[in-house]
Design a protein. Structure first.
Length: 306
């Protein structure tokens, strides 16, 4: 099965009156994407934070206090996503969750298999907002997930949570582990932040000659400082080469418009480009890393003014 249908969510933050409303929303979203044939579904970074609406109002703007309070919802959150992945037979990257870990908190993206099996990828590099205000700790290590497709075939993919996509080493480790798709869930409060993640994802797709699937959070939620505003558009990126778009953009949704972006990824195109593309970034990765030595500073003489 060389064609994989993926769904990237431009997911809106809503205020929910209770758990049942949240469960109904997520259930409907998953059913929609699965009903359109998607085998891998990706929710954005911190999509779970609409659960803040279920907390007492005095916690809605208290960044540090809401972290432990959210832990009460984690078991039900995990059970819901495991059930939906199993019910629809899909791979599912849930909206990341601030999880209590080792005396602190990590930003964890849970990944579910079509049998409901639960795994995760923690964000490794914290933005200033997370480090200085949320006091979220970096996770450790990267994982490559194998999503069963047909027969003995499986897709290998990795997760780079938002800011992680802006650093080449993390994605390179995933590619070395066999990943052919990089999943990028993001939460960015301004267009500049979205652009940084977009450019990073495009660069990672180019360097590693694989697909990148970008799922952004959408929010206009003055009721909580945590995700007060979030912008973006769901997109899928690829290296600009044989059979792939010359812009590097396979598909994209409308700006700040909630919904699924459902796209078919031809994995054979990626494999062919790695073997016989116009350029061979993947083949040349070691030379690109080792050939440049330390930068030499070369004086160009004394300035001459007019």
């Amino acid at each position: 099965m060389s064609v994989l249908r993926v769904a990237a969510a431009a997911y809106p933050v809503d205020f929910h009156p209770g758990w049942a409303a949240y469960e109904a929303k997520v259930t409907a979203w998953v059913a929609d994407a699965a009903g359109r044939g998607a085998r891998l579904l990706v929710f954005p970074e911190y999509a779970s934070l609409e659960l803040i609406s279920l907390l007492p109002p005095e916690l809605h703007h208290d960044i540090l206090a809401l972290r432990p309070a959210l832990q009460a919802f984690l078991p039900e959150f995990l059970a819901l996503h495991a059930r939906l992945a199993r019910q629809h037979g899909v791979g599912l990257v849930a909206g990341s969750f601030p999880v209590a870990q080792g005396g602190g908190y990590v930003n964890r993206a849970y990944v579910f298999g079509p049998n409901g099996a639960q795994h995760w990828q923690d964000k490794l590099l914290m933005t200033r907002f997370e480090a200085e205000e949320w006091q979220i700790d970096p996770g450790t290590g990267v994982r490559v997930f194998e999503l069963p497709l047909t027969g003995e075939e499986a897709l290998r993919f990795g997760v780079a949570v938002c800011y992680d996509s802006e650093f080449p080493t993390l994605a390179r480790q995933l590619a070395e582990g066999g990943a052919e798709v990089l999943v990028v869930p993001s939460f960015t409060s301004a267009r500049a932040g979205y652009t940084r993640v977009r450019v990073g994802s495009l660069a990672r797709a180019l360097e590693n000659q694989f697909y990148a699937v970008h799922a952004p959070l959408i929010a206009d939620a003055a009721w909580t400082y945590a995700v007060e505003e979030a912008v973006g558009r769901a997109s899928v990126y690829a290296p600009a080469d044989h059979g792939l778009p010359e812009t590097g953009i396979v598909a994209e949704g409308e700006w700040n418009t909630p919904g699924w972006l459902v796209t078919d990824l031809d994995l054979e195109l990626i494999r062919r480009v790695r073997e016989d593309g116009h350029v061979l970034n993947w083949r040349d990765r070691h030379a690109g890393q080792t050939r440049p030595g330390p930068a030499e500073v070369v004086p160009l003489g004394v300035a001459v003014y007019g």
